[in-house]
Design a protein around this ligand. Structure first.
Ligand SMILES: C[S@@+](CC[C@H](N)C(=O)[O-])C[C@H]1O[C@@H](n2cnc3c(N)ncnc32)[C@H](O)[C@@H]1O
Length: 251
């Protein structure tokens, strides 16, 4: 699995925390539940989730070891938190959760059919899923700039044939997949969000290029980031389209 630059992500993930807080507001909690944070990253939003669970518990799972290490430093002393390195496509918890929360993660996972099936299995009957990720049309200009850089002869030998880096799913596909996984009361909707990063290069590297950096040799990382940013207008304006998901496992 792809590792991330967790320290830089944690420093620059203000937009992601803001969106995550909005998704958390949708979660109905009494305060004693067990909640899965699916793709918890460096733990910035996990910390906010914990404030809602004085008597509860959070299981944070993320595929990136550096992210789990960073989250462990921030939250490790808290007995209510269990952090694990793991792939959500292989999710197999030894307990059922009351709710699943996920922020800015699902678009990094190509197989949503399998993802929703694993999440459904991890929920108790009646449990809820509240999530947000990149949806159809997300950062379209940035995506075009990445695709152009992928074709550059300096990078193409390392990137040829790699699977798509992002899965910005459409509303109707997502609804159909949720229903096929068994969810009911499923609602999906898109929201536009504009981000103008204060540190454009560091932001783009830490938030958007993890999959590419995992395949390119380190000495090409700067050149690749420069190629992507070089074909985008300045100041850098990122037009995000967020895909929201609310669903419930039947009783
Ligand atoms: C943009 S970060 C979001 C982190 C956090 N939820 C937040 O809001 O700050 C995306 C995270 O998804 C994780 N991720 C990507 N694919 C994954 C997978 N298959 N299983 C688990 N985590 C995954 C990455 O490692 C990364 O930490």
């Amino acid at each position: 699995m792809t590792d991330w630059d967790a320290a830089t992500y944690d420093r620059l993930a203000d937009p992601q925390e803001e969106w995550g807080r909005e998704v958390l507001e949708r979660l109905e909690l009494s305060g004693d539940e067990t909640v899965l944070d699916a793709g918890c990253g460096s733990g910035r939003v996990t910390r906010v989730l914990l404030e809602r669970l004085p008597e509860g518990r959070v299981i944070g799972i993320d595929a990136a070891p550096s992210m789990i290490a960073k989250a462990g430093k921030a939250l490790g002393g808290d007995a209510r938190v269990e952090l694990r390195v793991g792939d959500l496509l292989e999710l197999d918890l030894d307990c059922e959760t009351d709710a699943i929360f996920s922020n800015a993660t699902f678009h990094w996972i190509l197989d949503h059919e399998r993802l929703f099936g694993r999440l459904y299995a991890a929920l108790r009957p009646g449990g809820t899923l509240e999530a947000q990720c990149g949806g159809q049309g997300n950062v379209a200009e940035f995506k075009r700039a990445i695709e152009a850089a992928e074709g550059d002869e300096r990078f193409a030998p390392y990137l040829r044939g790699i699977p798509a880096s992002y899965n910005f799913a459409a509303l109707d596909d997502t609804l159909a997949r949720l229903r096929r996984a068994g969810f009911e009361d499923a609602r999906v909707w898109l929201e536009n969000r504009t981000v103008i990063p204060a540190e454009p290069e560091a932001y783009v590297r830490a938030v958007g290029l993890a999959n590419h950096f995992a395949r390119l040799p380190p000495e090409l990382h700067d050149e690749f980031a420069a190629a992507v940013l070089g074909s985008m207008p300045r100041p850098l304006v990122l037009e995000y389209v967020r895909l929201n998901i609310s669903a419930r496992r039947p009783d």
